[in-house]
Design a protein around this ligand. Sequence first.
Ligand code: PLP
Length: 382
Amino acid sequence: MLSHDIGDWLSQRAWVEIDLAALSHNVQQVASLLSSPTQLMAVVKADAYGHGAITVAQTVLESGATWLGVATVPEGIELREAGIKAPILILGATHTKEQIHAIAHWKLQPTLISPKQAHIFSDTLKAIKCRCPLPVHVKFDTGMSRLGPSWQEAAEFVQLVRQFPNLHIASIYSHLATAENRDQTVMQQQQQRFESAIAQIKAMGIQPPLLHLANSAATLTENALHYDMVRVGLAIYGLYPAAHLHSRISLKPVLQLKARVTQVKSIAPGTGVSYGHRFIAGRELRLAVVGIGYADGVPRHLSQKMQVLIRGNRVSQIGAITMDQMMLDVSAIPDIQEGEVVTLIGQQGSEQISAVDWANQLNTISWEILCGFKHRLPRVAF
Ligand SMILES: *Cc1c(COP(=O)(O)O)cnc(C)c1O
């Protein structure tokens, strides 16, 4: 859900704000690392990492991306229904007849990962008399141990797929497991495996189509990993995959998470706050209730650990975060008013709280934080 209606947005208790200028800036920054003719695929799976797939897709395509990557068929259909014409690669596995019909109908491009699946695609396309060939993308495994045959089997698999007249190999790709690590040993091994499979394919007299290997971290690490296309998710949303990758380009976070104060009150010393009374006021304090909770995607694990920004100040959250609401200790700014905006992720003045901070507190990764914001939060894009 994306609301451009400011009136509607002003009445919201909580929302996600999307900075399209920052998104465009990030795409241009990433593109500045690429040498022609390397293309930029913007990865917009999982509703563009929680940012809203349609608006993000439109903006990145205007800013220099030429391909879109999604995880599932419905994610691809959503973009096509919005009128997006760019090539869309489905990064996940697809097998069923229904999926194949939808792929052909909506001109989506599947990833092929096994001989069995390639047969199903070819047979199904024949049965529906598809105006083919369908562009397909051969994926092989160089060390992620996820989709695709192993690198040793890649050339044989490519040869098999080429035998189907209704399938056309548009690209060959693999995925890196450790690109954000400082230690590049595993990444280099994966790249060598990628190169050796491509060499075998060439040795069979096959001119390889587009080749691609790099995610955000690899794109920021080294140009030798770029090949014909890079598949960039996290970096276009303005976050760095790792602290040591900050130096090459300057990214701006695209997403801010905001909510409103819904009530302000004073509580006496000894008063318990929220479920379980995990917080007991040690003195009289000023408390603000905010209309956002774990059902919006603020992890309950952050209870009593997180801070938020109000009027440019850092304020501590107190007591258990509840499903739809949380409480703050606003004693330092006692004149806080109901309706005031609280920034949970984002910037106010010189203070900034990032999804990376949450990820560090929760011992997870920023990707998971971004994908965690629920659909009941309107996405407001500027
Ligand atoms: C999600 C995904 C990406 C993007 O990864 P980032 O680290 O967010 O850049 C690239 N390639 C594949 C196959 C993916 O699944």
